[in-house]
Ligand binder design. Structure first.
Ligand SMILES: [Zn+2]
Length: 309
């Protein structure tokens, strides 16, 4: 019910999926109400900080890119954001030596390990969360997303996501999760990003996917998975899309109490949904997490009494 940060500073390094450049990254403890802030070490101090917030998203093609109003950017933030959300870290400063978060193994697993190494501490401030009060939707030609209130004033986020690819190696997959630290670590965090070999040449010519390999992505050619060890879960593709969704939604700046439902969504739709949500002042409220739990108890009692009657 209280805000958290990490206990100790921790470091990792790796390459950027799109830049192909080696970067080092550290997570540092932060005070209550800091949120998540990226700090570029290769940029002068007065323009180095980029808040991890939905209204700082400047690009959603292939990955989520944040920038500050001085034009300093950091890209591929979504898997780290998913790990921070999944581990329920409210406050952290992320220092980084370049413009792209390292891709590691293509999942959020290495970031979860890093956070577990750092340890988690509670701070002496209540955790406020975003409670969804009425439904908000985004419908696009290629996908749609909805966020709606939970039943019974629950304080958690439910995600229900479908993907539908023509490629037979993926096809139609669906996944539901009631998000908690446990379910995130068990069911989502190890799912890797994926791509099609047929697209790699064009991406590389466009200066993207320079660091992509079988070490950090599932690669599909025609209907075959090229990674020799195969998949980590039978439905790893939809689980990774859920991971991306968790990371993108954490750019709300706080945990969300609500139900997300998505059909063939991506970073762009996730960001549009947050922008629509926050543009509608009646659709949400900020509430101390323990207040939701207090409301929940009598609500449940009323229901169970009805059930008995
Ligand atoms: Zn991803």
């Amino acid at each position: 019910m209280r805000q958290t940060t990490i206990q100790n500073e921790v470091h990792c390094s790796g390459i950027g999926l799109h830049s192909g450049k080696e970067v080092s990254m550290s997570l540092h403890p932060a005070e209550a109400d800091t949120g998540v802030i990226f700090r570029r070490l290769d940029v002068p101090g007065n323009r180095s900080e980029i808040p991890a917030l939905f209204d700082h998203v400047v690009d959603t093609r292939l990955c989520t890119t944040l920038a500050n109003d001085r034009g300093t950017s950091v890209s591929t933030v979504e898997h780290l954001m998913a790990a921070l959300s999944g581990c329920q870290i409210d406050n952290v400063i992320v220092t980084i030596s370049g413009s792209e978060v390292p891709i590691m193994d293509g999942s959020a697993g290495p970031f979860v390990s890093l956070i577990e190494c750092a340890g988690i501490v509670e701070l002496d401030s209540p955790r406020n969360i975003i409670q969804i009060l009425h439904e908000v939707s985004v419908n696009e030609e290629n996908g749609r997303a909805t966020i709606s209130p939970t039943d019974h004033q629950r304080s958690s986020l439910n995600i229900n996501l479908n993907i539908d690819f023509e490629n037979a190696a993926i096809g139609y997959q669906t996944f539901f999760i009631n998000l908690s630290s446990w379910s995130f670590k068990q069911d989502i965090c190890h799912a890797r990003t994926f791509g099609f070999l047929e697209d790699v040449e064009a991406l590389r010519q466009a200066g993207l996917a320079q660091g992509g390999s079988l070490d950090n992505a599932i690669v599909i050619s025609e209907n075959e998975i090229l990674n020799k060890d195969g998949l980590r879960y039978d439905d790893e593709f939809v689980r990774h899309k859920v991971l991306d969704c968790i990371g993108d939604l954490y750019l709300a700046g706080k945990q969300i109490a609500g139900c997300f439902s998505g059909d063939r969504t991506g970073h762009g739709i996730h960001n549009k949904l947050l922008r629509c949500l926050f543009a509608d002042r009646e659709a949400w409220r900020l509430v101390p997490m323990d207040e939701l739990t207090e409301i929940r108890a009598p609500h449940w009692n009323v229901e169970s009494q009805r059930a008995i009657a």
